[in-house]
Write a protein that binds this ligand. Structure first.
Ligand code: MRU
Length: 353
């Protein structure tokens, strides 16, 4: 199945907290359960939580007992606020909620059931477009890889982080589909180990060669010429090209540049936030201490130790070789390139205007 699907007025998702030990499908029957699933990271990854948020709004609409569209729109606003409060960094969540709100508002005055059906269709369109977007990015990005290359990736930017196919791993998949032999080095990605649990699992499912390495080994492999490119996803890309992604990405980007290895961020345009001037303006999620102090439920740190656990970091654009989007590859200077790809004119502050 896809990472997230809509069936019988419920949201079905692969429960990513349990992989790779258990493959279970979690079913959310109202938007409160959906919000909890995002917060707990049963579903995670920027494009996947965008699609999840959209389905959450659709679910709120189909379950609503509202008398008229005014009441329904007020309920949808409350649901959007609840879902928006789950995770602050990945902009796809807010992008999807905004798109759903606009669709609902355009139908103001229509019967409640008609609005609900339109919102289900809109959420499904967001999910379907995500898959197509990933395939397009894959085709663009695959041109940058040669037969026999090894790439390093961080966290999970694969099919599990999206509706299907993946962003960074979508590029790998596309290159493999073109007949290139690609080897992936996957960072374990402490503290939640998305690289070990999810990236390694999904690549093995597809028969794509993958070697799992400890986070601290990335520098060794970059310096010894074993890696020809770094491919990562992004949770938000600022107007100047700064890339906000899973904590640890920055360290990899710096070492990649030091060793002349290209560093590519692979992200749909829904991850690009032209309203934030640079990465420092992006809120960085701080997650709970036990993610750091515990491994698989076992405490590995002295009781009472102070812990800091930022879930993301900022890679300044000077370390980014290119940004691969579904509309093409953006090279430096990023400010101009991103404006062009987002359809903004020289003095225009509104994306797509
Ligand atoms: O905390 P997570 O697992 O949601 O973080 C995911 C990442 O950082 C991914 O690299 C990012 O969302 C891009 S996924 C296509």
């Amino acid at each position: 199945m896809r990472t997230i699907e809509w069936h019988d007025n419920a949201i079905h998702m692969i429960d990513q907290r349990l992989l790779p030990q258990k493959y279970r499908v979690l079913v959310c029957r109202d938007h409160h359960e959906l919000a909890q699933a995002i917060r707990d990271m049963a579903v995670r990854g920027a494009p996947a939580i965008g699609a999840a948020a959209a389905f959450g709004i659709a679910l709120c609409a189909v379950r609503s007992q509202a008398r008229d569209s005014e009441q329904l729109l007020a309920e949808l606003d409350d649901a959007a606020r609840e879902i928006a409060a789950t995770r602050p960094t990945a902009v796809n969540l807010f992008w999807a909620l905004d798109r759903m709100r606009k669709r609902a508002e355009a139908l103001r005055g229509q019967p409640v059931a008609a609005i609900a059906q339109a919102l289900v269709a809109e959420a499904q369109a967001i999910a379907d477009e995500d898959v197509e977007t990933n395939r397009r990015m894959g085709r663009f990005g695959a041109e940058l890889l040669r037969d026999g290359d090894s790439v390093l990736t961080h966290c999970n930017a694969g099919r599990l982080a999206t509706v299907d196919y993946g962003t960074a791993l979508g590029v790998v998949r596309a290159a493999v589909e073109q007949g290139k032999r690609i080897h992936v080095y996957a960072d374990e990605t402490r503290p939640r180990s998305q690289g070990a649990r999810l990236t390694a699992w999904e690549l093995m499912q597809d028969g794509i060669p993958v070697t799992l390495i400890a986070d601290n080994a990335a520098g060794y492999f970059l310096r010894t010429g074993k890696i020809q490119a770094v491919l990562v996803g992004a949770d938000r890309i600022a107007a100047n090209g700064d890339v906000v992604n899973k904590v640890g990405t920055y360290k990899i980007a710096v070492v990649a540049k030091e060793n002349g290895v290209p560093f590519y961020a692979v992200a749909p345009t829904s991850t690009i936030d032209m309203s934030v001037p640079d990465g420092d303006a992006v809120p960085i999620e701080e997650r709970c201490a036990t993610e750091v102090t515990h491994v698989e439920g076992v405490c590995i740190a002295p009781e009472g130790v102070a812990v800091a656990n930022p879930a993301f970091d900022v890679t300044p654009h000077r370390y980014v070789t290119a940004i691969i989007t579904e509309r093409g590859i953006v090279w430096p200077p990023f400010r101009e390139g991103l404006r062009r790809i987002m359809g903004m004119e020289a003095n225009d502050e509104t994306p797509g205007a």
